[in-house]
Design a protein around this ligand. Structure first.
Ligand SMILES: NC(=O)c1ccc[n+]([C@@H]2O[C@H](COP(=O)([O-])OP(=O)(O)OC[C@H]3O[C@@H](n4cnc5c(N)ncnc54)[C@H](OP(=O)(O)O)[C@@H]3O)[C@@H](O)[C@H]2O)c1
Length: 286
Protein backbone atom coordinates (compact mmCIF):
# COMPACT_ATOMS: atom_id res chain seq x y z
CA UNK A 1 0.00 0.00 0.00
CA UNK A 2 0.94 3.60 -0.69
CA UNK A 3 2.72 5.13 2.35
CA UNK A 4 2.82 8.47 4.12
CA UNK A 5 4.72 9.84 7.11
CA UNK A 6 3.81 10.64 10.69
CA UNK A 7 6.96 12.27 12.03
CA UNK A 8 9.84 9.90 11.43
CA UNK A 9 7.52 6.89 11.01
CA UNK A 10 6.48 5.62 7.59
CA UNK A 11 2.85 4.49 7.79
CA UNK A 12 0.14 3.28 5.44
CA UNK A 13 -1.77 6.14 3.82
CA UNK A 14 -4.98 4.83 5.44
CA UNK A 15 -5.03 4.06 9.16
CA UNK A 16 -7.52 2.17 11.31
CA UNK A 17 -9.69 4.08 13.81
CA UNK A 18 -10.18 1.79 16.79
CA UNK A 19 -13.14 3.52 18.46
CA UNK A 20 -16.06 1.43 17.06
CA UNK A 21 -14.38 -1.70 18.44
CA UNK A 22 -14.81 -0.51 22.03
CA UNK A 23 -17.79 1.84 22.39
CA UNK A 24 -21.56 1.33 22.15
CA UNK A 25 -22.48 -1.14 19.39
CA UNK A 26 -19.05 -2.78 19.50
CA UNK A 27 -18.54 -6.29 18.13
CA UNK A 28 -17.49 -9.29 20.23
CA UNK A 29 -13.76 -9.86 20.82
CA UNK A 30 -13.45 -12.41 18.01
CA UNK A 31 -14.81 -10.03 15.36
CA UNK A 32 -12.86 -7.12 16.84
CA UNK A 33 -9.56 -9.02 16.58
CA UNK A 34 -10.50 -10.22 13.07
CA UNK A 35 -11.07 -6.57 12.06
CA UNK A 36 -7.63 -5.50 13.34
CA UNK A 37 -6.00 -8.51 11.65
CA UNK A 38 -7.82 -7.72 8.37
CA UNK A 39 -6.43 -4.18 8.59
CA UNK A 40 -2.88 -5.50 9.09
CA UNK A 41 -3.33 -8.03 6.26
CA UNK A 42 -4.39 -5.17 3.99
CA UNK A 43 -1.14 -3.32 4.78
CA UNK A 44 -2.48 -0.87 7.37
CA UNK A 45 0.33 0.09 9.72
CA UNK A 46 -1.19 2.91 11.76
CA UNK A 47 -3.86 2.30 14.41
CA UNK A 48 -5.54 5.13 16.30
CA UNK A 49 -6.83 4.52 19.81
CA UNK A 50 -7.43 6.36 23.11
CA UNK A 51 -7.68 5.50 26.80
CA UNK A 52 -11.31 6.68 26.65
CA UNK A 53 -12.45 4.20 23.97
CA UNK A 54 -14.51 2.03 26.30
CA UNK A 55 -18.07 1.92 27.64
CA UNK A 56 -17.41 3.40 31.09
CA UNK A 57 -14.74 3.89 33.76
CA UNK A 58 -14.82 0.24 34.83
CA UNK A 59 -13.01 -0.61 31.59
CA UNK A 60 -10.84 2.45 30.83
CA UNK A 61 -8.33 1.54 28.14
CA UNK A 62 -10.51 -1.23 26.66
CA UNK A 63 -9.44 -0.35 23.12
CA UNK A 64 -5.73 -0.08 23.95
CA UNK A 65 -5.77 -3.50 25.62
CA UNK A 66 -7.73 -5.00 22.72
CA UNK A 67 -5.22 -3.63 20.18
CA UNK A 68 -2.29 -4.93 22.28
CA UNK A 69 -3.88 -8.41 22.38
CA UNK A 70 -4.64 -8.38 18.64
CA UNK A 71 -1.09 -7.33 17.76
CA UNK A 72 0.39 -10.01 20.05
CA UNK A 73 -1.79 -12.66 18.38
CA UNK A 74 -0.95 -11.57 14.81
CA UNK A 75 1.15 -14.04 12.87
CA UNK A 76 2.76 -11.45 10.57
CA UNK A 77 5.42 -8.78 11.12
CA UNK A 78 4.22 -5.93 13.36
CA UNK A 79 7.60 -4.26 13.85
CA UNK A 80 6.61 -1.29 11.66
CA UNK A 81 3.11 -0.81 13.12
CA UNK A 82 2.56 2.54 14.81
CA UNK A 83 -0.12 2.78 17.50
CA UNK A 84 -1.21 6.30 18.37
CA UNK A 85 -3.15 6.72 21.59
CA UNK A 86 -4.63 9.70 23.42
CA UNK A 87 -5.01 11.05 26.92
CA UNK A 88 -7.00 13.95 28.30
CA UNK A 89 -10.50 12.49 27.86
CA UNK A 90 -12.20 9.80 29.91
CA UNK A 91 -15.56 8.12 30.42
CA UNK A 92 -17.25 8.12 33.84
CA UNK A 93 -19.05 5.31 35.66
CA UNK A 94 -22.23 6.21 33.75
CA UNK A 95 -20.41 6.39 30.41
CA UNK A 96 -20.44 10.21 30.26
CA UNK A 97 -17.39 11.80 28.60
CA UNK A 98 -15.19 14.26 30.48
CA UNK A 99 -11.97 16.10 29.71
CA UNK A 100 -8.97 16.64 31.94
CA UNK A 101 -5.82 18.30 30.63
CA UNK A 102 -4.19 18.76 34.00
CA UNK A 103 -0.46 17.87 33.68
CA UNK A 104 -0.44 15.42 36.62
CA UNK A 105 -3.52 13.63 35.24
CA UNK A 106 -1.95 13.44 31.77
CA UNK A 107 1.29 11.99 33.17
CA UNK A 108 -0.61 9.26 35.04
CA UNK A 109 -2.85 8.57 32.00
CA UNK A 110 0.21 8.19 29.77
CA UNK A 111 1.86 5.73 32.16
CA UNK A 112 -1.35 3.67 32.34
CA UNK A 113 -1.63 3.65 28.53
CA UNK A 114 2.00 2.54 28.24
CA UNK A 115 1.32 -0.39 30.59
CA UNK A 116 -1.68 -1.47 28.50
CA UNK A 117 0.08 -1.09 25.15
CA UNK A 118 3.35 -2.62 26.34
CA UNK A 119 6.90 -1.81 25.27
CA UNK A 120 9.28 0.87 26.53
CA UNK A 121 7.51 3.92 25.10
CA UNK A 122 4.40 4.99 23.18
CA UNK A 123 4.96 5.64 19.46
CA UNK A 124 2.50 8.56 19.26
CA UNK A 125 0.77 10.20 22.21
CA UNK A 126 -1.98 12.70 21.44
CA UNK A 127 -3.71 15.26 23.64
CA UNK A 128 -7.33 14.28 22.99
CA UNK A 129 -8.95 17.68 23.43
CA UNK A 130 -8.06 21.09 24.90
CA UNK A 131 -9.41 21.36 28.47
CA UNK A 132 -11.06 24.79 28.92
CA UNK A 133 -10.17 24.69 32.65
CA UNK A 134 -6.42 24.23 32.09
CA UNK A 135 -4.17 26.62 30.11
CA UNK A 136 -3.48 24.82 26.82
CA UNK A 137 0.26 25.52 27.18
CA UNK A 138 0.26 23.58 30.48
CA UNK A 139 -1.35 20.47 28.91
CA UNK A 140 0.93 20.63 25.88
CA UNK A 141 3.90 21.19 28.20
CA UNK A 142 3.05 17.93 29.97
CA UNK A 143 3.34 16.08 26.66
CA UNK A 144 6.65 17.81 25.91
CA UNK A 145 7.93 16.60 29.30
CA UNK A 146 6.72 13.04 28.62
CA UNK A 147 8.59 13.14 25.30
CA UNK A 148 11.74 14.49 26.92
CA UNK A 149 11.52 11.75 29.58
CA UNK A 150 11.43 9.11 26.81
CA UNK A 151 7.90 7.88 27.64
CA UNK A 152 6.56 8.84 24.20
CA UNK A 153 8.36 9.00 20.85
CA UNK A 154 6.16 11.63 19.17
CA UNK A 155 3.40 14.07 20.14
CA UNK A 156 0.02 14.73 18.52
CA UNK A 157 -2.82 17.12 19.28
CA UNK A 158 -6.52 16.82 18.49
CA UNK A 159 -9.67 18.95 18.28
CA UNK A 160 -7.64 22.12 17.87
CA UNK A 161 -8.25 25.51 16.33
CA UNK A 162 -5.55 27.42 14.45
CA UNK A 163 -4.30 29.32 17.52
CA UNK A 164 -3.96 26.11 19.53
CA UNK A 165 -2.09 24.48 16.65
CA UNK A 166 0.32 27.43 16.46
CA UNK A 167 0.80 27.46 20.25
CA UNK A 168 1.44 23.71 20.39
CA UNK A 169 3.93 23.97 17.54
CA UNK A 170 5.79 26.77 19.33
CA UNK A 171 6.01 24.68 22.53
CA UNK A 172 6.72 21.30 20.97
CA UNK A 173 8.76 22.12 17.85
CA UNK A 174 9.69 18.93 16.00
CA UNK A 175 8.15 16.77 18.73
CA UNK A 176 4.74 17.70 17.24
CA UNK A 177 4.04 15.30 14.37
CA UNK A 178 0.24 15.13 13.99
CA UNK A 179 -3.05 16.98 14.26
CA UNK A 180 -6.25 14.93 14.50
CA UNK A 181 -9.43 16.89 13.73
CA UNK A 182 -12.94 16.05 12.59
CA UNK A 183 -12.86 16.17 8.79
CA UNK A 184 -15.11 14.61 6.15
CA UNK A 185 -17.22 15.69 3.16
CA UNK A 186 -19.86 16.78 5.68
CA UNK A 187 -17.48 18.54 8.10
CA UNK A 188 -14.85 20.74 6.41
CA UNK A 189 -14.21 23.53 8.89
CA UNK A 190 -10.66 22.32 9.62
CA UNK A 191 -9.44 23.26 6.12
CA UNK A 192 -7.26 26.07 7.63
CA UNK A 193 -5.63 23.61 10.08
CA UNK A 194 -5.07 21.18 7.19
CA UNK A 195 -3.35 23.94 5.18
CA UNK A 196 -1.12 24.90 8.13
CA UNK A 197 -0.19 21.24 8.70
CA UNK A 198 0.77 21.02 5.02
CA UNK A 199 2.99 24.12 5.36
CA UNK A 200 4.62 22.78 8.54
CA UNK A 201 4.97 19.18 7.29
CA UNK A 202 2.83 17.86 10.15
CA UNK A 203 0.53 14.88 9.51
CA UNK A 204 -3.19 15.72 9.44
CA UNK A 205 -5.33 12.78 10.59
CA UNK A 206 -8.98 13.31 9.61
CA UNK A 207 -11.15 11.68 12.29
CA UNK A 208 -14.66 10.46 11.54
CA UNK A 209 -13.43 10.75 7.92
CA UNK A 210 -16.60 9.13 6.62
CA UNK A 211 -18.77 11.45 8.66
CA UNK A 212 -19.17 8.94 11.47
CA UNK A 213 -21.48 6.93 9.27
CA UNK A 214 -22.22 3.30 9.69
CA UNK A 215 -22.41 1.19 6.54
CA UNK A 216 -23.51 3.08 3.40
CA UNK A 217 -24.53 6.73 3.01
CA UNK A 218 -23.91 9.58 5.40
CA UNK A 219 -21.48 11.66 3.38
CA UNK A 220 -23.65 14.71 3.87
CA UNK A 221 -25.16 17.00 1.26
CA UNK A 222 -22.33 16.17 -1.14
CA UNK A 223 -23.23 12.46 -1.09
CA UNK A 224 -24.60 12.43 -4.66
CA UNK A 225 -21.26 13.49 -6.19
CA UNK A 226 -19.32 10.92 -4.15
CA UNK A 227 -21.85 8.20 -5.03
CA UNK A 228 -21.79 8.98 -8.79
CA UNK A 229 -17.98 9.04 -9.02
CA UNK A 230 -17.88 5.83 -6.95
CA UNK A 231 -20.20 4.15 -9.44
CA UNK A 232 -17.98 5.28 -12.34
CA UNK A 233 -14.92 3.72 -10.62
CA UNK A 234 -16.86 0.62 -9.52
CA UNK A 235 -15.94 1.23 -5.86
CA UNK A 236 -17.76 2.30 -2.68
CA UNK A 237 -18.54 5.99 -1.95
CA UNK A 238 -16.41 5.52 1.19
CA UNK A 239 -13.35 4.75 -0.97
CA UNK A 240 -13.97 7.89 -3.02
CA UNK A 241 -14.37 9.89 0.18
CA UNK A 242 -11.01 8.64 1.56
CA UNK A 243 -9.29 9.11 -1.83
CA UNK A 244 -10.55 12.72 -1.93
CA UNK A 245 -9.11 13.33 1.56
CA UNK A 246 -5.76 11.79 0.54
CA UNK A 247 -5.67 13.94 -2.59
CA UNK A 248 -6.10 17.12 -0.57
CA UNK A 249 -2.53 17.04 0.78
CA UNK A 250 0.42 14.66 1.10
CA UNK A 251 0.25 15.06 4.90
CA UNK A 252 -3.25 13.53 5.17
CA UNK A 253 -3.66 10.08 6.78
CA UNK A 254 -7.40 9.32 7.27
CA UNK A 255 -8.32 6.94 10.10
CA UNK A 256 -11.67 5.34 9.18
CA UNK A 257 -13.31 3.44 12.01
CA UNK A 258 -14.40 -0.10 11.38
CA UNK A 259 -16.04 -2.91 13.28
CA UNK A 260 -15.86 -5.61 10.63
CA UNK A 261 -13.15 -6.97 8.32
CA UNK A 262 -15.11 -6.12 5.13
CA UNK A 263 -15.29 -2.40 5.78
CA UNK A 264 -11.63 -1.92 6.72
CA UNK A 265 -10.52 -3.95 3.68
CA UNK A 266 -12.66 -1.72 1.50
CA UNK A 267 -11.30 1.46 3.13
CA UNK A 268 -7.68 0.28 2.82
CA UNK A 269 -8.10 -0.01 -0.95
CA UNK A 270 -8.66 3.76 -1.14
CA UNK A 271 -4.93 4.29 -0.63
CA UNK A 272 -4.26 3.17 -4.18
CA UNK A 273 -7.26 4.82 -5.84
CA UNK A 274 -6.43 7.72 -8.16
CA UNK A 275 -8.92 10.51 -8.79
CA UNK A 276 -8.61 12.69 -11.88
CA UNK A 277 -8.07 16.43 -11.36
CA UNK A 278 -11.62 17.03 -12.59
CA UNK A 279 -13.07 14.49 -10.14
CA UNK A 280 -11.09 16.01 -7.28
CA UNK A 281 -12.26 19.51 -8.17
CA UNK A 282 -15.88 18.39 -8.36
CA UNK A 283 -15.71 16.62 -4.98
CA UNK A 284 -13.90 19.56 -3.42
CA UNK A 285 -16.69 21.87 -4.52
CA UNK A 286 -19.54 19.45 -3.75
N1 LIG B 1 -9.90 12.70 18.30
C1 LIG B 1 -11.20 12.62 18.48
O1 LIG B 1 -11.80 13.39 19.25
C2 LIG B 1 -11.97 11.56 17.74
C3 LIG B 1 -13.40 11.61 17.68
C4 LIG B 1 -14.05 10.62 16.94
C5 LIG B 1 -13.32 9.64 16.29
N2 LIG B 1 -11.96 9.60 16.39
C6 LIG B 1 -11.14 8.57 15.71
O2 LIG B 1 -11.51 8.53 14.35
C7 LIG B 1 -11.86 7.20 13.99
C8 LIG B 1 -12.89 7.19 12.89
O3 LIG B 1 -14.04 7.91 13.27
P1 LIG B 1 -15.47 7.20 13.46
O4 LIG B 1 -15.26 5.78 13.77
O5 LIG B 1 -16.23 8.09 14.38
O6 LIG B 1 -16.19 7.45 12.08
P2 LIG B 1 -15.97 7.08 10.53
O7 LIG B 1 -14.62 6.53 10.31
O8 LIG B 1 -16.34 8.30 9.77
O9 LIG B 1 -17.09 6.01 10.30
C9 LIG B 1 -16.99 4.75 10.90
C10 LIG B 1 -18.11 3.88 10.39
O10 LIG B 1 -18.03 3.80 8.99
C11 LIG B 1 -18.24 2.49 8.56
N3 LIG B 1 -17.29 2.21 7.48
C12 LIG B 1 -15.94 2.27 7.56
N4 LIG B 1 -15.37 1.98 6.37
C13 LIG B 1 -16.41 1.71 5.53
C14 LIG B 1 -16.47 1.33 4.17
N5 LIG B 1 -15.36 1.20 3.43
N6 LIG B 1 -17.70 1.12 3.62
C15 LIG B 1 -18.83 1.28 4.36
N7 LIG B 1 -18.83 1.64 5.66
C16 LIG B 1 -17.63 1.87 6.24
C17 LIG B 1 -17.95 1.56 9.72
O11 LIG B 1 -18.94 0.57 9.69
P3 LIG B 1 -18.81 -0.87 10.42
O12 LIG B 1 -18.91 -0.53 11.90
O13 LIG B 1 -19.97 -1.59 9.88
O14 LIG B 1 -17.48 -1.43 10.07
C18 LIG B 1 -17.99 2.47 10.93
O15 LIG B 1 -19.14 2.23 11.72
C19 LIG B 1 -12.36 6.60 15.30
O16 LIG B 1 -12.39 5.19 15.23
C20 LIG B 1 -11.36 7.16 16.27
O17 LIG B 1 -10.16 6.40 16.19
C21 LIG B 1 -11.28 10.55 17.09
Amino acid sequence: MHNRRIGSATVSAIGLGGMPLSIEGRPDEERAVATIHAALDAGISFIDTAMSYCLNSSETGHNESLIARALAAYAGDISEVLVGTKGGAARGADGSWSFNGDPATLRKACEDSLKRLGGDSIGLYQLHVPDPNVPYADSVGALRDLYDAGKIRAVGISNVNLDQLRDAHAILGERLVSVQNNFSPAVRDSEPQLRLCTELGIAFLPYSPLGGISRAGGLGASHAAFARIAEEHGVSPQQICLAWELAKSPVVVPIPGSSRPTTIRDSAAAADLKLTEAEFAELDAA
